[in-house]
Design a binder for this molecule. Sequence first.
Ligand code: CA
Ligand code: CA
Ligand code: CA
Length: 425
Amino acid sequence: MSATHTCARARRPASPVLFAALALAFVVAGCDDTGSVDPEPPGAVPIEESLIDTLLVPRFWVLDSGEFRSLRLDVELSGSTREAVLDGELVPPAVTVEIMDTVDADTVASFVLHDDGGAVPIDDAPGFVAETSGDLVPGDFSYSARIHSGFTDAEGPYTFAFFVEGLHPPDSTMPMLAPALLVKIEVTVSANEPPVISGAQLPDSLHSGFDTQQWTVEVSDPNESSGDRVRQVTVALAAGGVTYRDFLFAAGEPPSWNFTADSTFAAGLATDDYTMTFTATDEFEQSSDPFEAAVWIENLAPALSNLTAPDTVEQPGPDDPANVYAFTVAVADGQGQGDIERVYYTVLDPNGNFTESDEFVFRDDGEDVDETAGDGVWSHAFQVDAGVSNFGTYTFTFYADDHAGNTSAPTEKEIYLRAHAGGNE
Ligand SMILES: [Ca+2]
Ligand SMILES: [Ca+2]
Ligand SMILES: [Ca+2]
């Protein structure tokens, strides 16, 4: 790949068509391992925005906060450029950031992003830069630093200007190789207070099959007049110290944040006393004090109905395929079909022997004898093959389990197994 690249460069300048033809010709004829053409070093790669794969910069900074936050710039290099850097034919990129007061364009601070794996203490870093960069993998062209808002002591708009130096041949002395501006990002520094959760309309109990309802919390941000806002309201649902679910409320008419819950909300949750802990965050990523609400949640077992199964099943002839009988049963659950974990049966044979099996299960996926997926009608293909014995009356007992660990009341059905006509019954 890179050999093709350098061979093509050896014959500059050329028209695009000729260039392509020459490149092809060299691949075929001249640019193999024994080729006599000395590869010309690659030229400098221009510093431009297309080099940015990912750029992570917090846009809102809390004045006088000592909290370190991560900045990351992932540089995207083409395969041949990457190889040239790794081969020492191009100087690796070095990334610096200048922070300017946006209003008067004065530079107030500068620092370096590192691709050092994060383990090496940084020398000579300004006080607002953390001692280690927070970079994860050395040498992967992902550059990081962790800084706090101590780059300034005044509120206002600031500009983070990212400069890149490098990606030129190591012996190059051309003046154009000074650090080049890659991108500018506007940020805001402001004294900030976190959001406040001031009220809520929440249920204190949720019975199995509860009606669809809207839950609301009231959240405001003290800095709304200066452009901040509540960005996210998250809820952790926990019982006994275990968090079972995290979910989000959605912004409604201010100051309301809402969640619409239906009875399937309780799927997978065992009946218990739960705590919902609300946290609101603002644009500065500052979090409110947690707001807690207790709620009792009920999850009841599934119920079976409308079982269909034959009264009699029959042994096929000695050379015949198995006889197949469809069993179906309707399964309802107050928490919806999503709460149903398993529908199954056990068998008591005419001699009083009890059998359960992983194969004695129903399905509601539309496959095999199940007509419609997800309709709550669960199906099972019951097979009788020629080798059966113990003819007589069998007792089948049907059950459904839900994801909360509840088991339905059983439903029984007697089925008579008859020998093949002409058999030895
Ligand atoms: Ca705020
Ligand atoms: Ca249930
Ligand atoms: Ca079905």
